[in-house]
Design a protein around this ligand. Structure first.
Ligand code: ZN
Length: 269
């Protein structure tokens, strides 16, 4: 009798688990395979935060120019998709406000545009070049946070608080399984998009790809959907700086990202 009750209890538990899993698969699957309706383009840095510095330009200007070009291309090709920007002028936008825009606008894709740079102490800094596209790393290793801080240096007090919270969260393991299950689904799609972007840089802009990478970028962390951060070249490399400052170079980069996103969006339709 006891055994039968136990078996029944296990059965109920099993069915309960199955129900939860089915719900999660349906819920995540539904969101993942849904059509793209909203895209948020995030031009990294701005205003008091110049980002990486080249000899002739500042990262914030290149990021904004490429973001605007990308937005125009997407709008023209997909008039029904809403294109939102975190900034359209040279102004500083808080990191948490950037992800807030993505959440408020229900972004199906969030793309953050940045330029890379090698540290001054690196003797080879002028020769290092290429593109790399990041997706969120779920495991918050110290390495991940180090890369993340390089791109997302907190400037305002609210950003500093935001970063402190992230570091505190690093050691909190609770809810990790549920968060992972939810984010894992989006992560796979983010990786797919990131891979397409890197391939497109090689094919359409003749760039050298450094591959798809993972880091705990603050700007990606809060976004509950597909999100990537792309580094479109090195401003510490004079040849790449010239390319990225030039209107033709900027158009080639924007077009490469656009073509990759186009393939991704059409797959969803
Ligand atoms: Zn940057």
């Amino acid at each position: 009798m006891f055994k039968i009750i136990l078996k029944n209890k296990n059965k109920i538990r099993f069915l309960g688990c199955l129900g939860i899993i089915s719900f999660l698969v349906f819920f995540c699957g539904f969101s993942v395979f849904a059509q793209v309706k909203n895209i948020v383009i995030d031009a990294g840095h701005g205003g008091i935060d110049p980002g990486n510095l080249g000899k002739k330009t500042q990262e914030k200007h290149v990021n904004l120019a490429v973001s605007k070009l990308l937005g125009e291309m997407l709008k023209k090709e997909f008039p029904k998709i809403n294109i939102h920007y975190t900034r359209l002028t040279d102004k500083y936008v808080d990191l948490h406000y950037r992800s807030r825009i993505a959440i408020d606008k229900k972004s199906d894709i969030f793309i953050s545009i940045h330029c890379n740079s090698m540290p001054h102490e690196n003797p080879n800094r002028k020769n290092v070049g290429g593109t790399e596209t990041y997706i969120l790393a779920l495991q918050r290793s110290d390495d991940n946070l180090e890369i993340a801080e390089k791109e997302n240096t907190p400037i305002t007090e609210s950003d500093k608080q935001f970063f402190l919270k992230l570091k505190k969260d690093k050691f909190q393991e609770e809810n990790q399984i549920l968060i992972s299950l939810h984010q894992q689904t989006y992560l796979e799609n983010s990786a797919l998009l990131a891979q397409k972007i890197e391939e497109s840089f090689v094919k359409n802009a003749k760039r050298q790809s450094r591959g798809v990478k993972q880091a705990g970028f603050a700007v990606l962390r809060e976004i509950p959907n597909v999100s990537v951060l792309t580094e479109i070249g090195f401003l510490s490399n004079p040849t790449e700086e010239d390319f990225l400052m030039n209107k033709i170079g900027q158009k080639m980069i924007a077009k490469s990202i656009f073509l990759a996103m186009k393939v991704y969006i059409e797959q969803k339709e």
